[in-house]
Design a binder for this molecule. Structure first.
Ligand code: PAF
Length: 278
């Protein structure tokens, strides 16, 4: 059975004396298979699963798509119901979460200003603020995040280590369309021809992966990136980073991640591929 809760007090009361394992899947709704995979992981590992559906204003910058962001609660509920499992949905209003002050409480620091943070100033401060509030309200033992938002996952993991040491942050791999396009709620903004155009991101990441794995050549991979960035201004960034701290690598000795963001029309799409060169 699916139970929808709108009040944070109700959520707190529900979990206060619960002795089993609680899994939290934070989302902004407009659910797709990637979200359902997060929920399935929670259902497998926890005795109670909560999906939060909340379009968080503090992670959107001026001129971003906060007002236009798809709000599809009814169809999200149906998608969750179709799993045939017991799930709680927490779908609060903005004032339930923020009261009168829609402001950020945390800074995501230097890593929060690079890559996504560089093109979306303050975005990760808003993300850390909302997940912190959700962790406090839901008291989860495990919280599930998609690896498509790689930088977000890493920042939340570091934040949780500091403020919620007993909470496990569980990453779940990227779900792709058969074309290779990473699933995202923002894909709904794309026309069919833009979806084709969007494949350039995964194609470029895969080419860089090949240079790293087959040629084992960091310098050629960086040259490839340089030429892509100067030839194609749709790339907001394309970068190789160390998985450990998201700084640029000096060599191939550590596990790496190739991250990219491509502008397709007015939509910015993210993707990444993890690479460990043997
Ligand atoms: O990845 C998202 O959908 C959002 O950034 C999150 C983690 C739910 C916080 O609003």
């Amino acid at each position: 059975m699916v139970t929808v809760i709108h009040s944070s007090h109700e959520l707190q009361n529900l979990n206060q004396d619960y002795k089993g394992k609680i899994g939290l899947v934070p989302t902004m709704g407009n659910l797709h298979q990637g979200h359902l995979n997060l929920l399935k992981a929670s259902l497998e590992e926890c005795s109670r699963s909560i999906v939060s559906i909340f379009v968080n204003p503090t992670q959107f910058g001026k001129g971003e798509d906060y007002n236009a962001y798809p709000r599809t609660l009814e169809s999200d509920i149906k998608k969750i119901e179709s799993l045939g499992e017991d799930v709680f949905i927490f779908a609060p209003a903005v004032n339930e979460i923020y009261g009168d002050s829609v402001e950020t409480d945390f800074s995501a620091g230097e890593v929060g200003q690079m890559l996504e943070g560089n093109i979306r100033p303050g975005h990760f401060d808003g993300v850390l603020t909302i997940v912190h509030k959700l962790f406090e309200m839901a008291s989860p033992n495990r919280a599930y995040f998609g690896k498509k938002d790689y930088q977000q996952w890493r920042l939340i993991e570091w934040h949780a280590r500091e403020y919620f040491p007993n909470l496990a942050i569980v990453p779940v791999g990227i779900e792709r369309e058969t074309s290779g396009l990473a699933m995202s709620s923002r894909n709904n903004y794309l026309t069919e021809s833009q979806k084709e155009e969007a494949l350039e991101l995964y194609r470029s990441l895969s080419q860089i992966e090949k240079i790293l794995i087959v040629d084992k050549d960091l310098r050629s991979a960086l040259e490839f990136i340089q030429s892509k960035l100067s030839d194609d201004d749709r790339f907001n960034y394309l970068s190789i980073r160390k998985q450990s701290d998201l700084t640029p690598p000096l060599d191939l000795s550590e596990p790496l991640v190739i991250l990219g963001n491509l502008q397709v029309g007015s939509t910015r799409l993210l993707d990444n591929i993890e690479v460990a060169v043997e």
